[in-house]
Design a binder for this molecule. Structure first.
Ligand code: GRF
Length: 202
C-alpha cells in the first residue's frame, strides 16, 4: 500500500512509521511512504523526509487566493502520488470538501487526546487545564468535522501532578507513535471496513 504522510512539525510520528518500515520491510509492514507533504516549510518533518530520500511538497494557505484553492492544491499534490492511505501525523490544517471527496474513508489522523474529549489544536493543554487524571491519544478516520471521525484505536496516558504541557505531550507521543505504527500497518496489511462509527479491521 502507498502512504502519503502530512506533517506540520517535528515529524516524530512520520519517523516512527519510516523506522518501522526500515526495520522490517515494505512487504512485511504492508505499506511504504511514497511522499511527505506539509502546510509550511522549514520544519523538521520535511527534513526527516528528505533524509529518507522521499519526495516532499508544501502547500501553504497564504500562497493561495482562497482556502478552497488551497484545498484543491493540496488534493492535487497528494493525488499525484496515488496513495492508498493518507496519514495526518501532526498536520495542523482542517482539510476541505474536495480533499475529503477524494480521500475520505482512507484519511487517518492521530490526535493527542482521548476523543471525543479535548478535540482541536490544543488537546494536551486542554486536558491538563481541565484536571483530567488520564488522557491519551486517538487514531481515527477524518470526516468533515474537527477530530470527529470514526475511532480506530486509542491509548491511555496517566496525567501526573508535576506535568506541564510539553512533558505530558512527550509522554503521549511515546504511546501515540506506537499506536499509529501498529494501526497503519494492520490497516495496510488486512484491509478494513467503516460501518457508521465503527471501524472493523479484517
Ligand atoms: C502529535 O502529538 C499529533 O497528535 C499532534 O501533534 C503532534 C505531532 O507530533 N497533532 P510530530 O510532528 O509527529 O512529532
Amino acid at each position: 500500500k502507498r502512504l502519503v504522510v502530512l506533517v506540520s512539525g517535528s515529524g516524530t510520528n512520520l519517523q516512527a512509521i519510516l523506522d518501522a518500515i526500515a526495520e522490517t520491510s515494505v512487504a512485511a509492514y504492508g505499506a511504504e511512504v511514497v511522499a511527505v507533504g506539509a502546510d509550511r516549510d522549514g520544519i523538521e518533518g520535511l527534513a526527516r523526509a528528505e533524509r529518507a530520500g522521499l519526495p516532499t511538497f508544501v502547500c501553504q494557505v497564504k500562497d493561495y487566493e482562497s482556502r478552497q484553492a488551497w484545498d484543491t492544491a493540496l488534493t492535487e499534490a497528494v493525488g499525484a502520488y496515488e496513495p492508498d492511505l493518507v496519514v495526518s501525523a501532526g498536520f495542523m490544517k482542517i482539510v476541505g470538501k474536495e480533499f475529503l471527496a477524494r480521500f475520505g474513508g482512507r484519511f487517518i489522523n492521530t490526535h493527542p487526546a482521548l476523543l471525543p474529549s479535548f478535540p482541536g489544536a490544543h488537546g494536551v493543554r486542554d486536558a491538563l487545564a481541565y484536571g483530567a487524571k488520564v488522557t491519551g491519544c486517538t487514531v481515527h478516520f477524518v470526516d468533515d468535522g474537527v477530530d470527529t471521525g470514526p475511532i480506530i484505536a486509542q491509548g491511555v496516558v496517566e496525567v501526573r501532578d508535576e506535568d506541564d504541557e510539553s512533558a505530558l505531550h512527550e509522554r503521549i507521543k511515546e504511546v501515540e507513535r506506537r499506536l499509529l505504527v501498529e494501526v497503519v500497518g494492520r490497516i495496510a496489511r488486512n484491509g478494513y471496513r467503516i460501518e457508521g462509527r465503527k471501524v472493523v479491521i479484517q
